[in-house]
Design a binder for this molecule. Structure first.
Ligand SMILES: [Zn+2]
Length: 883
């Protein structure tokens, strides 16, 4: 274990590397416990570096076997080697070759960083700092080299050998039953994009012709026997390649593109050049084993990793502070892809729900940080919702402000200028500043300032003058290390809606032709003229900026928007706002007029009867109440998760009872007919039908149980089966336990499906759940060393079961602390990720807060914590001035 409590790395300390590496020749002889790696690095002094600097190569738990400079063994006094570094005090001041031999043990590598084994196969994960666990290296993204990799292995153990780039050679190797393959990647790349795979794998593939007529062999490798579940992923690759050509003009640049699915993986997937490695849950899909949501995730993640080939690989990051440069941009690109492939408004709502649930939460927690952080203790802890999702929102706002044509011209210029380089956020913004002639320095605050801005808006109608005035004020709360905040540049897409539902033709010269006003001062005012009647303002259409809004609209006005707004996002938002207002009041113990509840229920009923059938996917989102996390965030302090749970259950019951007839009709009219298809329209029908089931069960438990049992038994796809089972989870009793048993029996040999089974049980909002989770940890399919298993059972309990994780006696916190400490010894990244469930602890009421604090202090007090966990626990406990 690393015991250093954290050197802080600072952006302001960046300086270029003293040496560069032009070429890397690797010879990797795979062996379960003693893999030999011989790396020959072609180095030269960097003209931008220091002239007298020593050569210091990074290592992590390495074991040096031999070292030679220009072919001659280095004498013992000429270098120093430890597991963490290899230092040559007096390296040549000219180009030279350094040959380094190390021995590593992939089988005992439970951190899943560097070279490790997953279900017997060899694979690698090098981002951010895993390559240094394979060989000593200048392991930083601005050192870019051309790699040639020879991989050798036992034919029986690893008949398939894959590296980055194109395969150039292969055949029998010396020794009984050994073979090898040589892969060459002509594109210079940073070490974090290195990958190799060796194992027994099944393959599905096809040929793709790029717009420049390059023939590419596209393939997906999976566990043998599961080839028939890789078709959707293969199809998604082809659609991604075509989309990036059409929308961004980006073409693929190698002869092969390979994806390998592995079952032990810390993240979703990794964009290694030409050889993406995926968590198998984001590759494998069949109607029997995957839900509609799984299909959509597979499509999005395949696209994301593929798009990195340009936004990340061809143009990479200068240093890890620039992580958002590749991640924010690539998330934006995959969101646009999914919107084009599916329904844009439905997808936008899903993105915003996720942003609020994860990023807004992070932004208001002790872990808040800017999209481009200025310091870190452990970079693995900055693969966050802020860097990814808020990073994507920044790119989206940029496009909203400058318009789609200039956005595309700016992207083209960025790629043209920065191709083959390691770039910064400044390089990115400069491309857009140059094509538009705009000064983007104010806009760039989005990268530097943490916290979610709040925009308060007040509307005033003047009947005599026929004007409508909107007064805006913005502020951003303090976050760790940032007490004073500057105003942000916030694009507000807006429109006015008449009370009878027609759009209004009012004018205001500060609103652009596409309906956008740029709020860049602390306060500002818009005046619309020619307004013949009091309008209802529709603000932040399509969620044009990642902000919280305070706008005092009556329920009646919100319901006008729900029925009539031309912007689908705001129709959904209106329904959420009405419900959230009731839920917050109820959760705080305030009295709520029965007429308000009845009014909301009848508006939803009207929506179901008239509007819902036209777009079932959208309707399913409208009739789903804000989550317990949404409510907690809106309340903000002194939160009582039990009260929130009760308030939400009660409102679901009332809405369900008021809407029984339309809900029953959806059950019938949307019944599945014909073969399963994962397309967006079919998925939308299933989602409304299942949302109806959920509300019916809330209205009438006996009816819900009967319908859910029937659907569970008769379902012909996983989406419907799982939806039925999740409704049964809300209804205690024998039917639930019987269904759980049957599900387990049916999928006993399907680890990814059993993950869903673990997840559902971990999220039951009852007191006995913690005991159940502990019991399930003894289940034969559970394993503490597999991140997917741990996330489904323990992660779901901590992140999705607000009520039981935050149990008032502190038992949920204690349990998670135990698991974090146990996991930290095996897999620090996974442990740190679990620990972030505590990020909302300061929001809780006093008793829960003190239990959470004690659990955090217990973790902090454990000697030899990993840097990953040590960093998160320290930041979670830090006091800062916003509290
Ligand atoms: Zn990414």
């Amino acid at each position: 274990m690393r015991t250093d409590i954290a050197q802080i790395v600072r952006l302001e300390d960046y300086r270029p590397s003293d040496f560069l590496i032009d070429r890397v020749a690797l010879d990797v002889r795979l062996h379960p416990t003693a893999t030999r790696v011989t790396a020959t690095l072609t180095l030269r002094p960097n003209p931008l570096g220091r002239a007298d600097a020593p050569l210091v190569l990074d290592g992590d738990e390495l074991n040096l076997k031999a070292l030679a400079l220009d072919g001659r063994a280095l004498p013992a006094g000429a270098f120093e080697a430890s597991p963490q570094a290899l230092t040559i005090a007096q390296p040549p001041r000219r180009p030279f070759n350094l040959t380094i031999e190390t021995e590593i043990d992939p089988t005992s590598n439970t951190k899943l960083m560097g070279l490790y084994r997953s279900s017997g196969n060899y694979c690698t994960q090098c981002e951010a700092e895993g390559f240094r666990r394979i060989t000593y290296f200048l392991d930083r993204p601005d050192v870019m080299a051309v790699y040639t990799t020879r991989i050798e292995a036992d034919r029986d153990e690893a008949p398939v050998l894959i590296g980055n780039g194109n395969r150039v050679e292969g055949g029998a190797a010396e020794g009984t039953n050994r073979h090898y393959a040589v892969w060459h990647d002509p594109h210079p790349k940073p070490s974090y994009l290195f990958a190799l795979v060796g194992g027994r794998l099944g393959r599905v593939g096809r040929s793709f012709t790029t717009m420049g007529e390059r023939e590419v062999d596209v393939a997906v490798y999976v566990e043998p026997g599961k080839e028939d579940r890789a078709g959707y992923a293969l199809d998604a690759i082809e659609r991604s390649m075509r989309w990036d050509e059409r929308v961004f003009g980006r073409e693929y640049d190698l002869d092969v593109f390979n994806i390998v699915a592995v079952s032990d993986f810390n993240m979703g997937a990794m964009e290694n050049k030409g050889l993406n490695i995926f968590n198998d849950k984001y590759v494998l899909a069949s109607p029997e084993t995957a839900t509609d949501a799984d299909y959509a995730n597979i499509e999005a993640i395949i696209a994301h990793e593929y798009f990195h080939n340009w936004s990340g690989n061809r143009v990479t990051c200068r240093d890890w502070f620039q992580l958002c440069l590749k991640e924010g941009l690539t998330v934006f690109r995959d969101q646009e892809f999914s919107s084009d492939e599916r329904s844009r408004p439905v997808h936008r709502i899903a993105e915003v729900k996720a942003l609020r649930a994860r990023q807004f939460l992070e932004d208001s927690s002790p872990l808040a940080h800017p999209v481009r952080p200025t310091q870190y203790r452990e970079i693995n802890n900055f693969y966050t919702a802020t860097v990814y999702e808020k990073g994507a929102e920044i790119v989206r706002m940029l496009k909203t402000i400058i318009g789609p044509e200039d956005f595309r011209r700016g992207m083209d210029l960025y790629y043209e200028r920065c191709d083959g380089t390691a770039a910064t956020v400044e390089d990115f913004l400069a491309a857009f500043a140059d094509v538009t002639g705009r000064d983007l320095s104010h806009f760039s605050r989005w990268y530097a300032q943490a916290g979610t801005p709040r925009v308060t808006v007040a509307g005033t109608y003047d009947a005599a003058a026929q004007t409508y005035r909107l007064d805006f004020a913005q502020s951003t709360p303090p976050t760790p290390g940032q007490t004073e905040k500057e105003p942000m540049a916030i694009p507000v897409a807006l429109g006015l809606v008449a009370r009878d539902g027609r759009p209004m033709q009012a004018t205001c010269d500060r609103v652009s032709a596409n309906g956008v006003f740029l709020l860049d001062k602390a306060t500002d005012r818009l005046t619309f003229t020619g307004v013949s009647a009091p309008p209802v303002p529709s603000l932040f259409r399509e969620f044009s900026a990642p902000v919280k809004t305070t706008l005092d609209l009556s329920n009646e006005e919100l319901l006008v928007l729900l029925r009539h707004d031309g912007d689908a996002f705001n129709r959904w938002q209106a329904a959420q706002s009405v419900a959230l207002r009731l839920l917050v009041a109820r959760s705080k113990g305030a009295s709520v007029a029965d007429a308000d509840v009845a009014g909301t229920a009848s508006a939803l009923r009207a929506f179901m009867e008239t509007d819902a059938p036209a777009d079932p996917a959208f309707a399913a989102l409208v009739v789903t109440l804000p989550s317990e996390t949404d409510i907690a965030q809106e309340i903000g302090s002194d939160v009582d998760p039990d009260a929130i749970h009760r308030a939400r259950r009660e409102l679901r019951r009332r809405i369900g009872q008021a809407c029984i007839e339309p809900l029953r009709r959806f059950r019938e009219s949307l019944a599945e007919s014909g073969a399963y298809s994962p397309d967006a329209a079919s998925a939308g029908r299933r989602s409304l039908r299942n949302a109806a089931l959920d509300l019916l069960a809330a209205a009438d438990a006996a009816l819900g149980e009967r319908l859910a049992r029937e659907q569970f038994e008769s379902a012909v796809n996983m989406t419907d089966r799982l939806a039925a089972l999740s409704v049964l989870m809300t209804l205690p009793g024998e039917a639930r336990e019987t269904a759980l048993d049957r599900f387990e029996t049916r999928y006993r040999n399907e680890p990814l499906v059993l993950d869903k089974w673990f997840m559902l049980q971990a999220t039951i909002a009852e007191d006995a759940t913690l005991e159940r989770v502990m019991r399930l940890m003894e289940h034969r399919a559970f394993s503490m060393s597999n991140p997917n298993r741990v996330r489904s059972l323990v992660g779901s309990f901590a992140m999705l079961n607000q009520r039981q994780f935050n149990a008032p006696d502190g038992s949920g916190y204690d349990f998670l602390a135990d698991i974090v400490l146990r996991t930290d010894e095996l897999n620090p990244q996974l442990a740190a990720r679990l620990l972030t469930s505590f990020s909302s602890w300061r929001m809780m009421e006093k008793t829960r807060q003190s239990h959470a604090k004690n659990a955090l202090l217990r973790i902090a007090g454990k000697p030899n914590l990993s840097r990953d966990v040590g960093d998160i626990v320290a930041r979670s406990l830090e006091e800062h001035e916003s509290r």
